[in-house]
Write a protein that binds this ligand. Structure first.
Ligand SMILES: Cc1ncc(COP(=O)(O)O)c(C=O)c1O
Length: 398
């Protein structure tokens, strides 16, 4: 494999640079989950038997650990199957509860560049009679407080703005945006799937009322997430059953996944700033190398307020389809959100990129196992593929 490319590659292919899509499960996380599959396999709701009590105790401890990572009360954490479900539960559950109380649907504000796990439930609410404003951020990907203030209407009751973008990694000024909502008694929801475990989060201090998180972006298992709910906030459940999770999200709890989630969060919090410092140095090396080799390279989204693990670039004069086809065997990266079904990125289009530019863009996302060899290889590979794809494009014009 390596010898078929005229470049020196030092590490195993494909290079793993798609950690914002998901992360491998940490070995310590796997070990923490292991006994809960077969040894302690009880149902956490069966408190009349010993194995149920053991399972319930594990869930309770995990809830406490997760809550302490967010500096909130454990009872404020509701386990779900992931950030998609947390977003749906927060947005649809809260909107329906409020409209039932007021007797009519009101107005909701979000950002055009949100993940589809926020946009789609909100568009579903629009079909149910709610009015929805989708704000366009500036060309850096950032929403200003003035934009939010100007979009408020008399009956705005819910605002949903993500902490960090999954494609371009930009971090919104959440505290400022949330405080505008707090002043007016408007509920503020934030999708923190990309931020939790990667940057410090304190929903109470940030003024967030509802916050969605998951485990698989921070070296935890897939299929588990949580919703933080501020006290007093009304949520109508989206499903009904055995009353688990305060009746807000009933269903038998996946004890091993919950234990693994808490373990992953605990590990992530331990070295958050050292890890991010190291990753930022590598990300900046990657950017510098690519800028030196590829003239007119475009960076998507501001570098000022950004997750250290993210780089999103547009390669000039290349056809997106050719670029991604050629990169695929060499680098695991992304042409947009992992869930975007091959459409040109709505995020890149929202910040002003053309369809062709959006298609010729790549998201490179680093993980804790990324090292400088991976970075050097990535620079060599991307330059090599860029030159090849560019040449093909020029030759096809002749
Ligand atoms: C910002 C954001 N929100 C929501 C999700 C969906 O999370 P989950 O896979 O846990 O449903 C993702 C995952 O890609 C994401 O990046």
């Amino acid at each position: 494999m390596r010898s078929s490319y005229p470049i020196n590659i030092q590490t195993a292919l494909p290079l793993q640079l798609d950690h914002q899509a998901t992360t491998p499960c940490d070995k310590e996380v796997l070990a923490s989950m292991s006994p809960y599959w077969d040894k302690y396999w009880g149902n956490a709701s069966s408190k009349q038997n010993k194995s149920g009590i053991t399972a319930a105790a594990a869930v309770s401890l995990a809830r406490e650990e997760l809550a302490s990572c967010l500096k909130v009360e454990p009872s404020r954490i509701i386990f779900t199957s992931g950030a998609t479900e947390s977003n749906n539960l927060a947005l649809i559950g809260h909107a329906r509860a409020v409209s039932q109380e007021l007797g009519k649907p009101g107005h909701i504000i979000t950002l055009e560049t949100e993940h589809h796990a926020v946009l789609d439930p909100l568009r579903q609410l629009r079909k149910e009679g709610f009015r929805l404003t989708e704000l366009r951020p500036d060309s850096n990907g950032i929403l200003t407080t003035d934009q939010l203030r100007n979009a408020l209407q008399d009956d705005t009751f819910l605002v949903s703005i993500m902490i960090a973008n999954n494609e371009i990694g930009v971090i919104q000024p959440i505290k400022d945006l949330a405080s505008i909502c707090r002043e007016k008694g408007i509920t503020f929801h934030s999708d923190a799937a990309q931020a939790f475990g990667h940057i410090d989060l304190d929903p109470f201090e940030m003024g967030i009322d509802l916050m969605s998180i998951n485990a698989h972006k921070l070296y935890g298992p897939k299929g588990i997430g949580a919703l933080f709910i501020n006290p007093g906030l009304k949520i109508m459940p989206l499903q009904w059953g055995g009353g688990q999770e305060q009746g807000i999200r009933p269903g038998t709890l996946p004890v091993p996944l919950i234990v693994g989630f808490a373990k992953a969060a605990k590990i992530a919090m331990k070295d958050i700033s050292a890890r991010q410092k190291k990753i930022k140095v590598l990300r900046n090396e990657l950017l510098k190398g690519l800028e030196e080799r590829i003239p007119k390279l475009l960076i998507n989204g501001t570098l000022e307020r950004r997750l250290p693990q993210n780089l999103n670039i547009t390669l000039p004069d290349t056809l997106g389809s050719q670029l991604h086809k050629n990169l695929r065997p060499l680098i695991s990266c992304s042409s947009g959100s992992a869930c975007s079904l091959g459409e040109p990125s709505h995020v890149l289009k929202s910040i002003g990129r053309s369809t062709a530019q959006a298609e010729a863009s790549i998201r490179l996302s680093l993980g804790k196992e990324t090292n400088s060899e991976t970075i050097k290889d990535a620079i060599n590979i991307i330059e090599y593929i860029f030159l090849k794809v560019k040449r093909n494009k020029e030759e096809s014009k002749i």
